[in-house]
Ligand binder design. Structure first.
Ligand SMILES: [Ca+2]
Length: 271
């Protein structure tokens, strides 16, 4: 029987770890987490089993926190790791530590993370502290992308927007739900509109802005339309309406300019 210290044990010392990007900014909110690509490469002359352990300083959470894989010689394994912080976390600096190898003598790297609480008070975008839901979501364009704080349509291909999953079928919807009632009177909707994906082809064309009306009796709640947009051909539309106190705002997407999908780069909600 081989003793520890020979063969594979040494291989654990010849793993190379990299994290991309090397630093992260995380918003302490349901959709404020960010991904880091963790790569582990076997630089030894033998195949090995690699265990990579990830530990996160408070208030961070990291998923997955263990990566285990067989690694052929020269092979690099890439794993997307989600780093997040729960709503209610205060501004802080924290780090994720990544250790490789079975021997405890493998390499170790750390990823510094700046944690920011979502903005609050007058003028704050209330959507940033909300949870999101949608009628359906394309695998590469999750609903969270629509309330992740990035309203730049040029970032569309790096998953900063929502795209529904029911091609050619409307309506679709995307809703932001607050933890407590907020007064709202304005919604800024950033649909798709870039040189590559022009708004008059890819943006939403027709939609209703709705708020959740809890109703007078239990179970009598329903969505109430507070603004309607029709025939839109630009990337961003701001809708204002009489102030209303509500726990949720919904975009009911009725049509897009290419009649295929609903696409929202960012939904911003203001008092
Ligand atoms: Ca976004």
């Amino acid at each position: 029987m081989a003793s520890a210290g020979a063969g594979n044990a040494r291989a654990g010392d010849n793993l190379t770890l990299t994290a991309t990007p090397t630093t992260l900014n995380v918003l302490a909110a349901p959709c404020g987490g960010r991904k880091v690509d963790v790569a582990v490469r076997n630089d030894s002359s033998q195949p090995t089993y690699a265990d990579v352990l990830l530990t996160a300083e408070a208030p961070l959470r990291v998923t997955p926190d263990v990566i285990s894989s067989y690694l052929p010689v020269g092979y690099t394994l890439h794993t997307p790791v989600q780093v997040s912080a729960p709503l209610g976390s205060v501004d802080s600096d924290a780090k994720v530590t990544i250790r490789a190898g079975r021997t405890g003598r493998g390499p170790q790297i750390s990823v510094p993370v700046v944690v920011k609480a979502p903005p609050s008070g007058p003028g704050a975008n209330l959507a940033l502290s909300a949870t999101v839901s949608a009628s359906s979501s394309h695998a590469n364009f999750p609903a969270c992308g629509a309330i992740d704080g990035d309203n730049n349509p040029e970032d569309w291909l790096v998953a900063t927007g929502w795209n529904d999953a029911t091609r050619l079928i409307f309506p679709d919807w995307l809703a932001a739900t607050f933890t407590q009632p907020h007064q709202v009177s304005r919604v800024d909707l950033y649909s798709l509109g870039t040189a590559r994906y022009p708004a008059d082809r890819n943006a939403l064309r027709d939609w209703d802005v709705q708020v959740w009306d809890a109703g007078a009796n239990a179970g009598s709640g329903d969505w109430r339309t507070v603004a309607s947009v029709r025939g839109n051909t630009v990337a961003m539309v701001s809708s204002t309406f009489d102030p209303v106190s509500t726990t949720a705002v919904r975009i009911l997407a009725l049509a897009s300019n290419d009649a295929t999908y609903s696409r929202i780069v960012e939904l911003e909600i203001y008092e």
